[in-house]
Design a protein around this ligand. Structure first.
Ligand SMILES: Cc1cc2nc3c(=O)[nH]c(=O)nc-3n(C[C@H](O)[C@H](O)[C@H](O)COP(=O)(O)OP(=O)(O)OC[C@H]3O[C@@H](n4cnc5c(N)ncnc54)[C@H](O)[C@@H]3O)c2cc1C
Length: 389
């Protein structure tokens, strides 16, 4: 894949690096202290820089580049000291692939174009209190009434919910065809009467990214807000999950790189028993192991990205990459915090923050165990009905 990164990729990389260093990192500590970043302004800035429509059509304001450029963006934003920013941008980006690929021209003009410009923050509404890992169990529904859908239900843990202008909502639109063929994706503007955003949830980490439940009570939207074909929502959602998972994987990769770098810097400086901590084989072996694990993750993520760019089936490799990212996101910050000793237990220490922030990678967008189910299915080891991808 590295041969796929051309001079144009490197130009984009440098531009995003500058944005991260000059416009995000200087504010990271203050935002973390406040537990909030100015997300609407940051989305607009990301839109100006072209980051929200890298692989989307020029017609709607995108750059119409391939997914390899999105990978560069995820990697560079992943270095941000405030992990909530690439997390929030990732949620926004995960809400738009189905609209971009299957939405009508009018729908794309109305909702995709402002999302690409960063004027309209988007959310993805899949999970419910009773349906997280098992997406097929979604209970929210939309019934047809004349030219409208009338939507009732509730979504849980919705990233960007308090800022979002619209949500890509997975709902049941029929009682026929079983749980994989009775669902649709519908664009719901958040200011539609009957939509209510609940109190932002207090989280272990990602404090500058808002997460809230969203309730739908007889919400009426025109039927033209349907994305693509009715009954294909589950399929479209599984397609757009692949890009979401790779984004999560690539931003995590960079954060893990930073964790190892910070730990190597610290253990070179910090002395115990008359020598730098780094002089202990137990420490440099573990750091060497972590660096190796990160390189393995990079190779897997690049190979999945390459498959996506080539238009190949990406599910097996994207699931493997997401699984490995989730596993390392649990293990590496914890091992690094250990080598920081008491400092690693301090709330404001960046390693301690990584410990809190990165944990979500093992759960969000498909928990580690769910990824293993998908991989096992892809390998032909379990039946089709057990794990959906
Ligand atoms: C900060 C945050 C942001 C989020 N943002 C969004 C968002 O924007 N939009 C959205 O739709 N959702 C969002 N989610 C929801 C997230 O995708 C779900 O939490 C996730 O899919 C897991 O679902 P669940 O919490 O219901 O866990 P459950 O389905 O209850 O599973 C609990 C645990 O059981 C284990 N498990 C589950 N299935 C299996 C199995 N088959 N075999 C073995 N073990 C299993 C896993 O360890 C899993 O973590 C967000 C969640 C968080 C915490």
């Amino acid at each position: 894949m590295s041969s796929l990164f051309t001079a144009e990729h490197e130009d984009m990389r440098h531009g995003i690096r500058k944005f991260v260093r000059l416009e995000l990192d200087p504010h990271a500590e203050a935002w973390e202290e406040q537990g909030a970043a100015p997300l609407p302004q940051l989305f607009r800035r990301a839109g100006e820089l072209g980051l929200l429509g890298i692989n989307k059509p020029v017609r709607y304001g995108g750059l119409e580049l391939d997914f390899s450029y999105v990978m560069v963006a995820a990697e560079e934003l992943g270095h941000a000291h405030c992990a909530s920013i690439p997390f929030a941008i990732g949620a926004h980006l995960s809400a738009i692939p189905a609209l971009a690929a299957h939405g009508s021209d009018a729908l794309r003009e109305e909702f995709l174009a402002p999302a690409i410009r960063g004027e309209a923050v988007a959310s993805i509404g899949v999970s419910e209190a009773g349906a997280g890992s098992d997406v097929s169990a979604v209970a929210s529904r939309a019934r047809k009434d004349g030219d409208d859908y009338v939507i009732d239900g509730a979504k849980m843990w919705i990233t960007n919910a308090t800022h979002a202008r619209w949500i890509s909502l997975l709902v049941n639109t029929s009682d026929e065809g079983g749980p994989y063929r009775n669902k649709s994706l519908i664009v719901v503007p958040m200011d539609t009467p009957g939509v209510a955003v609940g109190k932002p949830l207090r989280k272990l980490g990602m404090h500058c990214s808002d997460t809230a439940p969203v309730f739908f009570d007889s919400v009426r939207v025109p039927r033209r807000h349907l994305i693509g074909e009715e009954g294909k929502g589950f399929l479209y959602q599984m397609e757009q999950f692949q890009q979401e998972r790779l984004w999560a994987c690539l931003r995590t990769l960079s954060a893990l790189d930073d964790a190892v770098q910070l730990t190597s810097d610290y253990t070179r400086e910090r002395r115990a028993f008359g020598r730098p901590l780094m002089d202990n084989p137990a420490i440099y072996h573990r750091l060497a192991e972590m660096a190796t694990q990160i390189e393995a993750l990079r190779a897997l993520a690049y190979s999945a990205g390459q498959a996506l760019v080539a238009g190949d089936d990406v599910v097996r490799r994207a699931s493997m990459a997401k699984y490995l990212a989730g596993k390392l996101a649990l293990e590496i910050p914890s091992a690094c915090a250990q080598f920081f000793g008491g400092q690693g237990y301090m709330w404001d220490n960046r390693i301690a923050r990584m410990l809190r922030d990165l944990r979500i990678v093992a759960v969000g967008g498909g928990a580690n165990e769910v990824m293993l189910e998908v991989i096992a299915k892809q390998m032909g080891w379990i039946g089709r009905s057990r794990a959906r991808a």
